[in-house]
Ligand binder design. Structure first.
Ligand code: CO
Length: 157
């Protein structure tokens, strides 16, 4: 187990389109294990491989009772809409107002290459959309309405 360095939005790696994973090997498993440690240490909800400098289509999402590993994920269904505060470990200390679907269903491979589907509402649906955007080099700051002010953030507590 090892912690990886989380890049901030100044780094070019966060603005590139990531390549699909083709080898479901030990190297991938080490990356996933390290990403999990890094996410837990940073107290985040989700993390995408480009945030640790790896330009592959890999994300993890804390769905409460487990940390989902999504390899080569695609959103296959969305429903509804939500608008709320969103943050990113690569944009420390700031939050933006972002519209997302209320519900999202993803199709992805697990660490052994098996396809499966996962779905989520509210925070999880939001997180699926946010993390998958990272794989196409898109940060929430590019799709948000605006940054939240300190007053708005304090009011949410
Ligand atoms: Co992010």
């Amino acid at each position: 187990m090892a912690l990886r360095n989380i890049l901030t939005d100044k780094e070019p790696a966060l603005h590139k389109v990531c390549k699909p994973v083709v080898n479901f090997d030990r190297k991938l498993h080490t990356l996933l294990d390290d990403m999990k440690d890094t996410l837990l240490e940073a107290n985040g909800v989700g993390l995408a491989a480009p945030q640790v400098g790896i330009l592959r289509r890999v994300v993890i999402v804390d769905v409460g009772d487990e940390i989902l590993e999504l390899i080569n994920p695609e959103i296959i269904e969305t429903d509804g809409e939500q608008e709320g505060a969103e943050g990113c470990l690569s944009v420390p200390g700031r939050y933006g107002l972002v519209k997302r679907p209320y519900y999202a269903k993803v199709r992805a491979q697990d660490r052994y290459g098996e396809w499966f589907e996962a779905e989520g509402e509210e925070l999880i649906g939001r997180c699926f959309c946010h993390e998958l955007d990272h794989l196409d080099g898109i940060l929430y700051t590019q799709v948000m309405d605006r940054f939240l002010t300190d007053e708005e953030l304090n009011a949410e507590d």
